[in-house]
Write a protein of this length. Structure first.
Length: 343
């Protein structure tokens, strides 16, 4: 039997790489879309030893004509639309580019499916950021959206458009409302990786102090490799529907830092308040972490904690990796990475 073909937009990103690895194991032929760039963006695929097992096509999802050509070239069964300007902070400074990729990009794909082949299944990468300013202790599929950034507004447009095409044209199109998920392959600008990489450098005497923003924001952090499995499960379900994927536990950025410090066996204490709050190494008296208002956002999402009971009930999905295991995995990986960097 010929292999099923899966198309992954955003294959060079964290989730794209893990999903490609997962689908290859499931015997799919994976086609990955990448924007042309002067630098190599394949480091994640190389790290997972799958760079030679995927076909890469040079397509920007803003360009509908290139997408149309691609859909004529391959007999695609499943599309995973992961391409996005995914950094919330940056969306405040690049709102139009963010909307073009995160909102219109998916509309381009939906239009092609609607016109060319309605049997193609679509997974859309929705996000817990859409809940934004909410008043619920847990957020689930029924919680109202209140986006707090151009990133979240664009993703909400995409989410509702996928729902509308499902209802209007009978497409098998679903959105996974994924809460934050991290890994050693996370981009260095996101807070978890910024902390693990920064503290690994400090621990190995390659950096003095790490500057961060709002350490009281709380997130529900899971492991990316657990979450890409849920994307595939959603597309295999009989009935197309949207699902929250989360761990059901929430920690502050400060708690994430404390867990890293524990993992590194450092003796530290927090001193000061507000912008003057600092993490000090008790032995050396050095400042390890300080606060910098440049990293605060014009409007913040204070607290996220997901209720994934629908995914557990219908898809039989649940998270496998604990918070402390995730932190340890990221710290250990960055210690190795930094040692190699300065060899
Ligand atoms: P990521 O590491 O930032 O990857 C994003 C990918 O999108 C990269 O491969 C990037 O390519 C690509 N891309 C950006 N603009 C593009 C364009 N115009 N055309 C084609 N490709 C483009 O993000 P991630 O963490 O893997 O997240 C995957 C998806 O899930 C994103 O849609 C994100 O918004 C969503 N999401 C993520 C989380 C999370 O916690 N990670 C949670 C909920 C939802 P370049 O390499 O060229 O930049
Ligand atoms: O911020 C706070 C920041 O940039 C988390 C994306 O994958 O998950 C991600 O979006 C929190 C925020 O992720 C710094 O203010 C403090 O409250 O790691 P982040 P995010 O904004 O939650 C969602 C689900 C997505 O969909 C997105 O694509 O940490 N924070 N100090 C900081 N954040 C950063 N980046 N840098 C700081 O120095």
């Amino acid at each position: 039997m010929p292999k099923k073909i899966a198309l992954i937009t955003g294959i060079s990103g964290q989730d794209g790489a893990y999903l490609a690895k997962f689908l290859i194991k499931k015997n799919y032929q994976v086609i990955g879309l990448e924007r042309r760039s002067a630098r190599s963006t394949n480091w994640r695929l190389e790290k997972l030893n799958i760079a030679d097992k995927v076909i890469i096509e040079d397509v920007d999802i803003k360009e509908i004509n290139n997408l149309i050509r691609l859909f004529s070239k391959y007999k695609i069964s499943e599309i995973y639309n992961l391409a996005a300007q995914s950094f919330v902070q940056s969306s405040f400074y690049n709102p139009i580019e963010t909307a073009q990729v995160n909102a219109i990009g998916v509309l381009n794909i939906l239009e092609i499916i609607r016109n060319q082949n309605r049997k193609i299944k679509l997974y859309q990468a929705s996000t817990s950021e859409m809940f934004g300013k909410h008043d619920k202790s847990y957020q689930n599929e029924k919680t109202l959206f209140h986006p707090r950034s151009p990133y979240a507004s664009a993703k909400a447009f995409a989410h509702y458009t996928v729902q509308n095409y499902r209802e209007s044209f009978g497409l098998h199109a679903v959105s996974g409302i994924l809460f934050n998920h991290e890994s050693p392959l996370r981009g260095e600008e996101f807070i978890t990786r910024k902390i693990t990489l920064g503290l690994a450098k400090i621990f190995l005497n390659k950096k003095k102090t790490l500057k961060v923003g709002n350490i009281y924001a709380r997130r529900d952090w899971g492991f990316a490799e657990d979450y890409v499995e849920a994307m595939w499960m959603m597309l295999q379900a009989k009935k197309p529907d949207d699902y929250v994927i989360a761990t059901g536990k929430s920690y502050s950025v400060k708690q994430f830092i404390n867990e890293c410090v524990r993992s590194l066996n450092l003796k530290t204490k927090w001193v000061g308040k507000g912008l003057n709050e600092k993490l000090i190494n008790i032995k050396s008296k050095k400042i390890l972490i300080s606060i910098d208002k440049r990293f605060f956002r014009p409007s913040e999402v204070d607290n996220l904690k997901g209720d994934y009971s629908k995914a557990k009930r219908i898809l039989k999905w649940k998270p496998k990796t604990s918070f402390s295991k995730l932190v340890k995995m990221m710290i250990d990986s960055d210690l190795k990475f930094v040692k190699k960097l300065y060899q």
